[in-house]
Design a protein around this ligand. Sequence first.
Ligand SMILES: *[C@@H]1O[C@H](CO)[C@@H](O)[C@H](O)[C@H]1NC(C)=O
Ligand SMILES: *[C@@H]1O[C@H](CO)[C@@H](O)[C@H](O)[C@H]1NC(C)=O
Ligand SMILES: *[C@@H]1O[C@H](CO)[C@@H](O)[C@H](O)[C@H]1NC(C)=O
Ligand SMILES: *[C@@H]1O[C@H](CO)[C@@H](O)[C@H](O)[C@H]1NC(C)=O
Ligand SMILES: *[C@@H]1O[C@H](CO)[C@@H](O)[C@H](O)[C@H]1NC(C)=O
Ligand SMILES: *[C@@H]1O[C@H](CO)[C@@H](O)[C@H](O)[C@H]1NC(C)=O
Ligand SMILES: *[C@@H]1O[C@H](CO)[C@@H](O)[C@H](O)[C@H]1NC(C)=O
Ligand SMILES: *[C@@H]1O[C@H](CO)[C@@H](O)[C@H](O)[C@H]1NC(C)=O
Length: 601
Amino acid sequence: MFSTLLLLSLTACVSASHGHAPNSTFYNPIFPGFYPDPSCIYAPEWDHTFFCASSSFNAFPGIPIHASKDLKNWKLIGHVLNRKEQLPRLAETNRSTSGIWAPALRFHDDTFWLVTTLVDDDRPKEDSSRWDNIIFKGKDPYNGKSWSNAVHFNFTGYGTEPFWDEDGKVYITGAHAWQIGPYIQQAEANLETGETGEWRIIWNGTGGMAPEGPHIYRKDGWYYLPAAEGGTGLGHMVTTARSKSISGPYESNPANPVLTNANTTSYFQTVGHHDLFHDRNGNWWAVALSTRSGPEYLHYPMGRETVMTAVSWPKGKWPTFTSISGKMSGWPMPPETRDIRGIGYPLGQRQHPRNPHLHPQIHSPAHLTHWRFPIPSSYTVCPPEKPYTLRLTPSTLNLTALNGNYAGPGGQTFISRRQQHTLFTFTVDLDFTPSRFEEEAGVTAFLTQNHHLDLGIVLLPRGSATTTTTTTTLPGGQQKQNPDEEEEQADPDELVPHVRFKGESYVPVPKSVVVPVPEGWRGGKLMLEIRACNATHYAFSVGPAGRRSLMQRVLEVSNEPVSWGFTGTLLGIYVTSNGRNGTTPAYFLNWRYVPQEQFRD
Ligand SMILES: *[C@@H]1O[C@H](CO)[C@@H](O)[C@H](O)[C@H]1NC(C)=O
Ligand SMILES: *[C@@H]1O[C@H](CO)[C@@H](O)[C@H](O)[C@H]1NC(C)=O
Ligand SMILES: *[C@@H]1O[C@H](CO)[C@@H](O)[C@H](O)[C@H]1NC(C)=O
Ligand SMILES: *[C@@H]1O[C@H](CO)[C@@H](O)[C@H](O)[C@H]1NC(C)=O
Ligand SMILES: *[C@@H]1O[C@H](CO)[C@@H](O)[C@H](O)[C@H]1NC(C)=O
Ligand SMILES: *[C@@H]1O[C@H](CO)[C@@H](O)[C@H](O)[C@H]1NC(C)=O
Ligand SMILES: *[C@@H]1O[C@H](CO)[C@@H](O)[C@H](O)[C@H]1NC(C)=O
Ligand SMILES: *[C@@H]1O[C@H](CO)[C@@H](O)[C@H](O)[C@H]1NC(C)=O
């Protein structure tokens, strides 16, 4: 009896002090790695699921979609842009900052809508062909085939978003190309045909650089119009305006900027480009992009990632945001569940299959990524001559390709996954017997065509080794009593396989390192490794496969060369004939990405 009373009174005490579920704790980034410009919705009709889209630039498949029912366990469920015929022009983008910018994901009338821009950043800003504005629609985000081909509409700008007003009219709002703006424009639109009415300026922002990523929300009789300003670097911020009429005039929030980490010492910088959504309890949340760089802004190989924060938005008032950090507190979250359909792995899961390529479809698992469209015949899973491997046939062009910007119809033989952890180890075994000059296969930390760090096996004349660094001799190679004498007698033009490190970046990279593959390792499989030893450096290593104790470090290199611009580092494998005629395939197996640590402050 006593204990029952005690229990009752304790229960009463607990419910009196909390009323309902306690506030939540969660961690940023919610999508680590190259997932910028997030746009999220809550779809009660879809089993109360949240869906988010992100920018993908030249990566293919493009426009990744994450889903969650509890805002904690997220899963990459697929991609809006998953077939070449949806948007053939992605093959022709001519710059590393080109491709898919700033998608807006919305759900209306039982249909998912995705409005975005394919940017060809090499063309003048005022040239409308630079901005290919497009609409995709789909009925089932778990089924890539359900996404339509792109419907194009005319707008000289980007960051476009659809909005359905209460009177049935449909609008698109976007950021006019800002060097001849800057301003936010809007037009009535037919999303089925891409026809638009007259574009009108509705807001000029608060005077920050590049007002972009506008969204419209209707709440409590107001049209709210938030945007990103200040550019996507350290000055990035969220500003808001509102109006009683969709077409304005919009008055700026006196509290602007309402969300930014500019001028702070936070590890999370560049916070901006947000989207708002609410959960089933009517509590509001925001997602935004952020860069884990600290104000030094030198080392951020994972680029612009997706972060989340709680938003207070009382009736008739402006929304206010909790500022972004690694550990966050916010509204109570929906009950925890990992029950999400779809093909990807839950984020945060540590185990990854040893060989994801041994799946009949190259785009499963969902996280595997190419740069523009792959040529399918260049990738063979389980080729008959070497089962249990992935066979890659070389592209003529290497990862830099012609000008660091364009790759042409020959494409690039490259497959990768995002770096998603501060510390990780990425290894793969390579079975490759090059037969022609400059045939090469290897691993890469790839940000863009003009920012990548590669460790390859390449066929070069015997006399090619670099001699200026202490790392140019792999100890495993010193099996001969007198290697120098041996070298002198050998034909210096004879082609032998070499280990080569080569970097490409706008910031200084170490000189190439070229070392002959030790005699004792030739003819066997080699293990290639990229490891993030700390938050600022990668180590590149090589050794005979299956003999970890013989692994040799080729060099340590700063990740500054891949901390730049709009994208984030991809870890992958490539095969190329470096502009020549070579056709020798390379075979890869035992692909492993082992997450080790996530830095949040
Ligand atoms: C790509 O840019 C280069 C100059 O960097 C130019 O020569 C080439 O014609 C361009 N290609 C396309 C398809 O725009
Ligand atoms: C876009 O503009 C071009 C050139 O003015 C025109 O031919 C085309 O019909 C327009 N497209 C749409 C969807 O309005
Ligand atoms: C925005 O700026 C443009 C160009 O300076 C100006 O013509 C326009 O009146 C401004 N619009 C608003 C809504 O402030
Ligand atoms: C950060 O500081 C600079 C220099 O004082 C100032 O111009 C800028 O407006 C500040 N940015 C924000 C978002 O507070
Ligand atoms: C719970 O989180 C919301 C959103 O951040 C905040 O407004 C509220 O004050 C928090 N409540 C408590 C009890 O901490
Ligand atoms: C990170 O590793 C590099 C290479 O080993 C080293 O030079 C650098 O001092 C390390 N940085 C920190 C913060 O430990
Ligand atoms: C890529 O190939 C071109 C020739 O097509 C060559 O000039 C360049 O050095 C190569 N770059 C790398 C990083 O190997
Ligand atoms: C490739 O092969 C063709 C035909 O044999 C030859 O004409 C051409 O010079 C070769 N190109 C290179 C870069 O070796």
